[in-house]
Each structure stands twice: as structure tokens, then as C-alpha cells.
Design a protein around this ligand. Structure first.
Ligand code: BT5
Length: 246
């Protein structure tokens, strides 16, 4: 994949900016980076704190896969970033299905390092464009009141990480793993996900309508999470649920 990178001092949301470019026909590999976002977005209309010092960026893909497989992409990206950060900075990063990066230290303290927001447009079953919005706390100040405790690479390492170096490592890993996914399929991601997942056996699942307790059984080919809730086996889609750790 060839990257076309545009950098901004400040944007509302890199996803919103890139969406307009995607609609106008921008090529796969277009990347928008902002030093700060004034209206950073999480999932379900939640907000994402994005002051200077963090890695806030969006990547445009046009994957030749069915829209039903789109869930694979956020898992692929989370796994790819977790592996790259572990390899370069030796921070014990894990993934929380579907879109979160967590650090789990020896103390079993667990904190959110970053998240991924996927937005897409499709025609029939085919994806027209898919935007992966990625937010990683690198050297930025952390927000105070968050759903899960937040952490940054600065906090974990006790020293700042040069942002340029971070983008090189992250973009390189994402391109490599995306291309591998297109040629090999999802299996290698699924295997790594097993190694990196921070989900405990029992989780709370929050849908729009209810909250239920479930047992995690594994990851489907489509990227959905397979759980047992009571007597029934269900496949959870990223766009439908939020998971709660105990
Ligand atoms: C996510 O949402 O984790 C996806 C975040 C994606 C952000 C990127 S930045 C570049 C691109 N442009 C955008 O506008 N967005 C993407 P979610 O799982 O819904 O988590 C959101 C929740 O995390 C919030 O409700 C807060 O509780 C918490 N939170 C907000 N800012 C945070 C931060 N910087 N670090 C850790 N937690 C945060």
C-alpha cells in the first residue's frame, strides 16, 4: 500500500475530514494526521479526548471484502498495533474486542491506551470505502473521567516517545498486516488475537436494549465475538455492543 499522508495542526475529527475525501474518490492509503482534534469521536457518539502529544489519525482503505467481513479490519488493526508497540517499546499491550488497546501491567492493573473507530460506506455487499480512525495516547495529557482508566506510552515508559517515530512504526505495521490479510485471510489475525486478548472468560455485554452476562467462546471468521449467554450461543457485532470488564 502506498501512503498519501496529509498533516494538520488542528481538525475537528480526522475521520470526518477523511470521509469527505473518500466520497470525492481519494485513493486507498490516504492518511490524515492531526496534532489535536477539537471534536474527536469514539463509538456510539462518545467523545475522544485528543489534545496535542497523541497519535490521532485516520486511514482510508478500499478493501475488496464483503461488508459482513468489515469487523475483521478493526481487529486486524488492533492486533497489528499491539504487536508493533510491544516489539518497539516493550509495553505489554493487549487488545479488547473489538477496537481497544489496553495495557496490562504485572499488578493486573488494566488501562486503555487507545481505540479504533471504523466508519464505512457500502453498495450492496461491497465496501466502497472504510475509514479506520485510530487514537493512541502517546505523550498527551490523559482525560480525567473515562469509562475505563486511561494510560499513555509516556506514562508506561516514564519518558516521551517521538511522535514521528511512532507514526513510522504504526503505519508500517498496519500496511504489512493489511496486505497479509488480503492475501492470506483472517486466520493469522485470529491466532494473534488469542494471544493478545485481555478479555476474561466472563464479560458483561451492553446492547442498546439490554445488559447481559456472557461467557467468551472465541472469534468468528467474520470478526464477530462468539459468546454463550444463558442457553444460547450468540455472535456479537462490533457496531452493536460494548463490553464491560468485571
Ligand atoms: C474508541 O471509542 O475507543 C475509538 C476512539 C477513536 C479515536 C480516533 S482519533 C482519530 C480518529 N478521529 C476521530 O474522531 N476518532 C478517531 P470508544 O470505545 O467509544 O471509547 C470512547 C470512550 O473512551 C469515551 O467515552 C471515554 O470514556 C474514553 N476516552 C475518551 N478519550 C480517551 C483517551 N484519550 N484515552 C482513553 N480513553 C478515552
Amino acid at each position: 500500500m502506498i501512503y498519501h499522508i496529509e498533516r494538520f495542526h488542528s481538525l475537528g475529527s480526522t475521520n470526518d475530514y477523511l470521509k469527505r475525501l473518500a466520497e470525492a474518490g481519494a485513493p486507498e492509503g490516504t492518511v490524515i494526521i492531526a496534532k489535536e482534534q477539537t471534536a474527536g469521536k469514539g463509538r456510539f457518539g462518545r467523545s475522544w479526548a485528543s489534545p496535542q502529544g497523541g497519535a490521532w489519525f485516520s486511514l482510508l482503505l478500499r478493501p475488496p471484502i464483503a461488508v459482513e467481513q468489515a469487523g475483521c479490519i478493526s481487529i486486524l488493526m488492533a492486533v497489528s498495533l499491539a504487536r508493533a508497540i510491544r516489539a518497539h517499546w516493550a509495553v505489554p499491550v493487549g487488545v479488547k474486542w473489538p477496537n481497544d488497546l489496553y495495557v496490562r501491567a504485572f499488578s493486573q492493573r488494566i488501562a486503555k491506551l487507545g481505540g479504533i473507530l471504523i466508519e464505512l460506506s457500502s453498495q450492496g455487499h461491497q465496501i466502497e470505502w472504510l475509514i479506520a480512525g485510530i487514537g493512541i495516547n502517546v505523550n498527551n495529557k490523559l482525560p480525567k473521567e473515562t469509562r475505563a482508566p486511561a494510560t499513555s506510552l509516556l506514562e508506561e515508559l516514564g519518558r516521551p516517545v517521538p511522535l514521528e517515530g511512532f507514526f513510522d512504526v504504526a503505519l508500517d505495521a498496519l500496511a504489512r498486516d493489511y496486505e497479509r490479510f488480503l492475501t492470506e485471510g483472517f486466520e493469522f489475525v485470529r491466532e494473534e488475537w488469542q494471544r493478545f486478548s485481555v478479555l476474561p472468560k466472563r464479560i458483561g455485554v451492553l446492547t442498546r436494549a439490554e445488559r447481559l452476562e456472557a461467557e467468551v467462546l472465541g472469534l468468528a471468521e467474520s470478526g464477530k465475538l462468539i459468546v454463550r449467554a444463558g442457553e444460547s450461543i450468540r455472535e456479537l457485532a462490533a457496531e452493536e455492543v460494548t463490553l464491560c470488564l468485571p
